[in-house]
Design a protein around this ligand. Structure first.
Ligand code: AMP
Ligand code: ZN
Length: 112
């Protein structure tokens, strides 16, 4: 995806503050954090959103979810954290490359 900003981050064409990387997943700090720790976990292979995933994405979705508590722990979120996936325009998604928000720290996040 030539013009996708997260694909550009994967390719190293845009800078990011990386928190984790393996052959399939990249995690980096959100550029506009809403909490003291705010990470974005993405599959390296482009997929627009959770609504565009199918059975072929089962393993990568599992990897991303299982990575969340590990990175949260590594970033000191011992008291817990929140995960969020915005999907589609009405779901508040702004960047159309699937990403899992992991954030927390500071004040307890209000319950939704
Ligand atoms: P969403 O609204 O779920 O699509 O979230 C997109 C997120 O990507 C927002 O929290 C933005 O702050 C974040 N973001 C956009 N561009 C960048 C970037 N170049 N590096 C890091 N985070 C970004
Ligand atoms: Zn992309």
């Amino acid at each position: 995806m030539d013009n996708c900003i997260f694909c550009k981050i994967v390719r190293g064409e845009l800078p990011s503050k990386k928190a984790y990387e393996d052959e399939e997943v990249l995690a980096f700090h959100d550029i506009r954090p809403i909490a003291p720790v705010h990470l974005l976990l993405i599959p390296k292979a482009h997929v627009d959103s959770l609504a565009h995933c199918d059975g072929t994405h089962q393993a990568i979705l599992g990897r991303m979810l299982l990575l969340a508590p590990r990175l949260a722990r590594e970033h000191g979120l011992d008291g817990g954290f929140r995960t969020m996936i915005n999907t589609g325009r009405d779901g508040g998604q702004e960047v159309f490359h699937l990403h899992l928000h992991v954030f927390g720290g500071g004040e307890r996040i209000p319950k939704i």
